[in-house]
Design a binder for this molecule. Sequence first.
Ligand SMILES: NC(=O)c1ccc[n+]([C@@H]2O[C@H](COP(=O)([O-])OP(=O)(O)OC[C@H]3O[C@@H](n4cnc5c(N)ncnc54)[C@H](OP(=O)(O)O)[C@@H]3O)[C@@H](O)[C@H]2O)c1
Length: 292
Amino acid sequence: MGIERVGFIGLGIMGAPMAANLVKAGFAVTVWNRSPSRTQQLLASGAKGADSPSAVAAASQVTLSCVTNSGDVAEVALGPNGVIEGAAAGSTYIDCSTISPEMARKVAAALAKRGVDMLDAPVSGGDIGANAGTLAIMVGGEAAVFERCLPVLEAMGRTIVHVGPSGAGQVVKLCNQVAGGLNLLAAAEAINLSRRAGVDPAKMLEVVGAGAAASWMLSNLAPRAVNGDYAPGFMVDLMQKDLRLVLDAANDTHTPLPGTALVSQLFQSIQAEGRGTDGTQSLVDAIAKLAR
Ligand SMILES: NC(=O)c1ccc[n+]([C@@H]2O[C@H](COP(=O)([O-])OP(=O)(O)OC[C@H]3O[C@@H](n4cnc5c(N)ncnc54)[C@H](OP(=O)(O)O)[C@@H]3O)[C@@H](O)[C@H]2O)c1
């Protein structure tokens, strides 16, 4: 039997558009969000509401989540009224949050005891990719489960790669945050030099973004900072959560990551100003402050 009934837990900046794309793709979608107001738009577009993560899982062949951190996934998956209480044997849980590889493996092991498969499937592409259905999705878990769930993932993403066993998706996501953070720092430094040397940074981005130094950060996020738009596609507080996971993994594996540590300290200075809920494009201001 193909997958028809899909559930989604956590309708934030990422989860809401991801769930909306599942509705658009024709799945029967059941949703739950901790703050009920965030479900309104999805209910209006044809999703059904449920009153707990366990009720979502009970209604679904595949249940997805996109919440904040490791503890939050533990809560919605394994806590009271969690996925584990409602999911039938033979169903699948896919977590798209960015969490520690250890927690992904722990949740997978707990669900396996009930005959429920799990994939860790963190995503990259920001709010833009979530809305457009063009996310990059890095998936850990059993290959056969990945193959079975591919139609669900394809409704939300464009590049979907099975990268290894349980937890491997989260390891790759941490690598993504290393590269993304350093690309953003490169954009922040280029914008500040351009400004201070008297060249319109928008013009600089237009041409540099089309050359050998091109990056998603330069083309998509840096223009927001240049336009004074600090609304979050991805909040600084969440980036710092991810960079802590990266630096924990670096410690565990004795992998020196000096650039990533620097990026994290610069974000610290944005948080110190009380701007942790700004978007990560505010890294441009952390560099600007150094020249004041
Ligand atoms: N934004 C991006 O560009 C981006 C890109 C890739 C990956 N991610 C990752 O995707 C995940 C979600 O990010 P986001 O930007 O969508 O964040 P967000 O807008 O803050 O949304 C977080 C969602 O998780 C829910 N939640 C958090 N803790 C919970 C708990 N203990 N129990 C139940 N629900 C809980 C929130 O519910 P409430 O509405 O009740 O607060 C909200 O629906 C994070 O792991 C993030 O690192 C984000």
